[in-house]
Design a protein around this ligand. Structure first.
Ligand code: ZN
Ligand code: ZN
Length: 293
């Protein structure tokens, strides 16, 4: 009975989020702080579950990990959000107006279908971006800092090089006429699913949930130490997309990280894509000195 109840926690989160946005008065939906509060509450609840149902003792939250994670969550809500709005969404909206693109039929779909459509389109784009990051060296260099994390926790999905965080935030939703409530609800569900997929929480959901949505089991496998073992389970929230494109792999990992499993500082995470160039410059400086001895 207890196992059944705990397996229903993740589906219950999604049901509550859908009900919340479906029933939210327009004044709440149009308040720009509403999504912020909803996402903070969702994240805080999942983070609290790490103390109640811990998955691995080695992933236990430390002060250093907590403040790093919070730094990246704040970065996501401020600088990354600003860049996405100004460099991607605004130009896409202008492009939509210039071409006279209209999709008014979306507003006539049932609310849950609108939300599902947004989640699928966002996830479809993220899947290919993420898969590209694991198959194209320049993109891997910006994504690798996310794989250098040595433990998984609720907010770890927000941790990475800022270029990666910008690239992974891109989507085509601004081209469509999706009602704001559905967009916010989809964003809230995306945060809940991907937070659970990184959380140090042992609440294994039912099989149907794990067939459709990404779970910590499958995402921890994506964080395996050998690089080749990371090339599976790319979907941030909808693991069913990996099943569709043949990149799904079953299993789970407890030991996570990359190479020697060295934890990167925030500075190292930001400088990581430039490391080959920095190493080259350093090697050139050393060479003449060695020759002169
Ligand atoms: Zn990855
Ligand atoms: Zn991850």
């Amino acid at each position: 009975m207890k196992a059944i109840l705990s397996s229903l926690v993740q589906p219950a989160f999604i049901a509550v989020i859908i009900a919340f946005w479906w029933l939210a008065p327009p004044a709440w939906v149009n308040n720009p702080n509403a999504i912020l509060f909803a996402v903070i509450a969702t994240t805080a609840l999942i983070q609290a579950l790490e103390w109640v149902k811990e998955r691995h003792i080695g992933w236990r939250m430390t002060r250093q990990e907590f403040f790093t994670d919070v730094f990246y969550v704040v970065l996501g809500f401020t600088a990354i959000d600003f860049l996405t709005s100004h460099l991607a969404e605004d130009p896409l909206k202008a492009f939509k107006v210039a071409l006279g693109l209209g999709t008014p039929w979306i507003a006539h779909l049932p609310f849950v279908a609108q939300v599902a459509l947004v989640i699928f389109l966002v996830e479809f784009g993220q899947y290919w971006m993420h898969r590209g990051m694991h198959n194209f060296t320049p993109l891997w260099l910006v994504h690798a800092p996310h794989h250098h994390i040595t433990q998984l926790n609720t907010m770890k999905g927000a941790v990475g090089n800022p270029i990666e965080l910008f690239l992974i935030s891109l989507s085509v939703i601004a081209l469509l006429d999706v009602p704001l409530t559905a967009v916010l609800c989809a964003a809230n569900i995306g945060v809940a699913v991907s937070s659970f997929a990184h959380a140090n929480v042992r609440l294994d959901p039912p099989r149907w949930y794990a067939f459709v949505f990404t779970t910590i089991r499958h995402h921890s496998l994506h964080h395996s130490v050998p690089y080749e073992d990371t090339r599976c389970n790319y979907a941030n929230s909808l693991i069913v997309i990996d099943r569709m494109f043949g990149t799904f792999r079953n299993g789970e990992a407890e030991v996570v990280g990359q190479d020697e499993r060295k934890r990167l500082s925030i500075r190292e995470q930001w400088l990581f894509p430039a490391m080959p160039v920095i190493a080259m410059v350093k090697a050139r400086r050393v060479q003449p000195a060695a020759g002169s001895v």
